[in-house]
Design a protein around this ligand. Structure first.
Ligand code: IYR
Length: 228
């Protein structure tokens, strides 16, 4: 089936808020988001499928280059698959921390208390593995396939991941952005096709009762915002 490249505008649905409502919604969201922390210690308490599905639907509402929506979210719950992901990630991370990482990188990570062990990949009840889809594949008229170009893929998937993390946090779930490097093993364990590349691995769940987090600070507005 040929693609439709026609421009078909429809009326915009837009809710104009009162100044008070703008402020109060943002105050609520700001205090909620300020409390988000990356969690590395999980309990085995289960997470409802419906929450994960809704959060992924919210991520799927992110803007993307030419609206190609170049993302795929793989939800992993099977303990055996989680174990294989942990084993493969730890193998990579062991060489990263032991040999590959330059000293300045290790120093930058020291305040976060990370190391090569990735127990959270098995204890968290759910992992969402985000793949970037570098090009689309569609059947052509001759029974073969055609590649569809995707644009600004990292920017698009990065924005979708931001939506996803915010949605999961608002739903009262703990998350972690994990980027084992390299993460090619995720393509084979999860049997993803060659047009998809692993982008981010997000464990989702509830913090272990003894969970701790590093005492980090955030840059103030005056440091991150310039007005011209
Ligand atoms: N991928 C490693 C190292 C790591 C790198 C960065 I940049 C971090 O912000 C945190 C960890 C790991 O997951 O431990």
């Amino acid at each position: 089936m040929a693609r439709d490249y026609t421009y078909r505008p429809i009326p915009l649905e837009f809710e104009t808020l009162s100044a008070d409502d703008q402020r109060s919604r943002l105050t609520e969201f700001q205090s909620r988001m300020a409390k988000r922390r990356t969690v590395r210690h999980y309990s085995s308490a289960p997470v409802e499928d419906d929450l994960i599905d809704r959060a992924i639907a919210i991520a799927g509402a992110a803007p993307s280059g030419a609206n190609m929506q170049p993302w795929r979210f793989v939800v992993v719950r099977d303990p055996d698959v989680k174990r294989r992901i942990r084993e493969a990630a730890e193998e990579e991370e062991r060489t990263f921390y032991g040999r590959r990482a330059p000293d300045d990188w290790l120093s930058a990570l020291a305040p976060l208390g990370t190391d090569w062990t990735k127990e959270f990949l098995e204890t968290a009840p759910c992992l969402i593995v985000v793949f970037r889809v570098d090009y689309g594949i569609e059947p052509d008229d001759e029974g073969g396939e055609r590649h569809i170009k995707h644009y600004y893929v990292s920017e698009s998937v990065g924005i979708a991941c931001g939506f996803l993390l915010a949605a999961l946090h608002v739903a009262g779930l703990a998350t972690l952005t994990h980027t084992p490097s390299p993460m090619k093993f995720l393509s084979s364990i999860l049997a993803r096709p060659r047009n998809e590349k692993p982008f981010l691995l997000i464990p989702v769940g509830f913090p272990a009762s003894e969970a701790v987090v590093p005492a980090i600070t955030r840059k103030g507005l005056e440091e991150i915002r310039l007005t011209v």
